[in-house]
Write a protein that binds this ligand. Structure first.
Ligand SMILES: NC(=O)C1=CN([C@@H]2O[C@H](COP(=O)(O)OP(=O)(O)OC[C@H]3O[C@@H](n4cnc5c(N)ncnc54)[C@H](O)[C@@H]3O)[C@@H](O)[C@H]2O)C=CC1
Ligand SMILES: O=C([O-])CC(=O)C(=O)O
Length: 260
């Protein structure tokens, strides 16, 4: 399988290392700017434009956040290359959503959304068939995990002594205002009741060391609650390791003959 990665941050580094242990070396990195990489990626091809990607790619994998998906997603899909993305919150932008959809149809390619730092999306998707009444997502991280987000202006993150909510609203606004922190809200919205009907609360909590995500849903199926305590990636306190693992799992699904 000939794979390319967009970006080379904390998630991409993890994904590349995991692929390496499965005997796959990414053929190319689509970067914002070229720079020296280490390990198995040291001599990999680097490009800065989708049009310069090599021939014969089976799959591109976006680990670059909203900006990377917006910049390169449409061109990759229009060229007929399937794309796995972890930047689900970018789809809250209706224009980008439509451009990705049009490009995928034009190129005969598919955009695969990795489950990211959350689980239970299968349950939500199935429950949606019978009708969902209410879906709430609550995201809780240690203060360091909210650095670089609007929480920094809403709260004194460094001086926080107890848990404090810094966002309450719908998933579209959460995903738009917190591009590096509310992709999980987008995943819950896309699997369940959509960006406008999904309720979101975001909390900074100095008493925790994990990234804690909760879903509460009710509908014709009954009701469920899901809670996960995700260990952050060593290189990025705001990103859970499970998000990177889910990208590798999404790549493995592309190669599987029996798919779950
Ligand atoms: N679905 C989920 O549950 C999660 C999704 N994410 C998303 O994944 C993104 C990446 O996370 P990390 O690896 O922790 O961040 P990071 O900051 O360590 O890495 C981001 C990488 O993307 C690159 N990049 C940015 N814009 C680009 C562009 N236009 N073209 C090419 N490369 C570009 C950066 O140079 C950097 O290499 C986050 O910004 C977030 O949106 C993160 C955590 C969980
Ligand atoms: O990694 C996490 O725990 C969640 C996250 O950043 C996101 O939803 O964008």
């Amino acid at each position: 399988m000939k794979i390319g990665l967009i970006g080379h941050g904390a998630i991409a580094g993890y994904v590349s290392a995991q692929l390496g242990s499965r005997g796959i070396r990414p053929a190319v990195f689509l970067m914002r700017t070229r720079r020296a990489l280490d390990g198995q990626d040291a001599d990999a091809m680097q490009v800065t434009e989708a049009r310069d990607l090599p021939e014969g790619l089976d799959l591109m994998v976006d680990c670059a956040g909203h900006a990377g998906l917006a910049a390169h997603g449409p061109a990759i899909l229009a060229a007929g290359i399937d794309l796995v993305s972890v930047s689900l919150g970018a789809l809250a932008d209706r224009d980008l959503h439509d451009r990705l959809e049009d490009a995928a149809q034009q190129g005969g390619a598919r955009l695969h959304l990795a489950s990211g730092a959350i689980g239970a999306l299968d349950c939500l998707q199935a429950a949606r068939i019978g009708g969902l009444d209410e879906v709430t997502y609550i995201g809780r991280k240690p203060p360091a995990g909210w650095k670089g987000s609007p929480a920094e202006t809403a709260l004194d993150l460094d001086g926080l002594t107890k848990a404090a909510e810094h966002f309450a609203g719908d998933a579209r606004r959460a995903a738009t205002e917190y591009p590096k922190n509310a992709n999980v809200a987008a995943a819950v919205a896309l699997a369940g009741t959509g960006f406008d009907a999904t309720q979101v609360r975001l909390i900074a909590d100095p008493g925790i060391s994990a990234n804690i995500h909760e879903i509460h849903a009710s509908g014709a199926f009954g009701r469920f609650s899901f809670r996960i305590e995700g260990t952050p990636l060593p290189d990025s306190p705001r990103s859970s390791a499970l998000a990177a693992m889910s990208v590798v799992a999404a790549i493995e699904r592309q190669r599987a003959t029996i798919v779950i």
